[in-house]
Write a protein that binds this ligand. Structure first.
Ligand SMILES: [Zn+2]
Length: 184
């Protein structure tokens, strides 16, 4: 299945003619935010000494899902919540320089990476741009298997010193519940 065939949803129906960017609206809201700002003295090291690696999915407000407060945790996000080299980079800083000791991985049901295939996505890029990307998209079928893959990558990384408290979850976007993933 190609990227375009898989993604023939609402996003593809939107053309440049009808799209209105929102940044100016967000800036007006930021003014209200700054006017009411009261958290000036938080330390740079997360209070709960935890880093969360999660998918970028718009239905996952990580602070609300975990009951986190400002200053509690590092939140590292990308498509899929996949443990890439750049996630390792952030976690290495998080643990070695900023005192975190615990890692929570959060994948989820109905992920965008389940709706494409690695080959189809890359074929589309090759056809359109003449090149295949130098990175892996990391599409997957089973979010549980993908979470296990991410846990394993953390365990194998020499850069991350604290591995005693790594736990992985699949967030159900229909119910709001976290389902823990255990090694097979
Ligand atoms: Zn996702």
């Amino acid at each position: 299945m190609s990227y375009h065939a898989a993604c023939s949803g609402k996003a593809d129906d939107m053309t440049d003619d009808v799209f209105t960017p929102s940044t100016d609206d967000f800036l007006a809201r930021n003014q209200e935010w700054a006017d009411a700002f009261e958290h000036r003295d938080l330390p740079v090291s997360p209070r709960r000494h935890v880093a969360v690696v999660a998918c970028m999915d718009s239905r996952m407000p990580i602070f609300g899902i975990l009951g986190l407060d400002r200053g509690d945790a590092h939140i590292i996000r990308n498509a899929g919540g996949v443990v890439t080299d750049d996630v390792i980079r952030s976690l290495t800083l998080s643990q070695r320089a900023l005192g975190t000791r615990e890692i929570i991985l959060m994948h989820h049901t109905d992920c965008g990476l389940q709706k494409v295939t690695e080959a189809g996505f890359n074929d589309d890029l090759q056809a359109e741009l003449g090149v295949r990307p130098p990175w892996a998209l990391e599409s997957f079928v089973d979010p549980y298997a993908d979470t296990r893959q991410s846990i394993r990558r953390l365990e194998l990384s020499p850069f991350i010193p604290h591995k005693d408290h790594i736990r992985g979850f699949v967030y159900n976007v229909e119910t709001g519940r976290l389902d823990e993933v255990f090694a097979e």
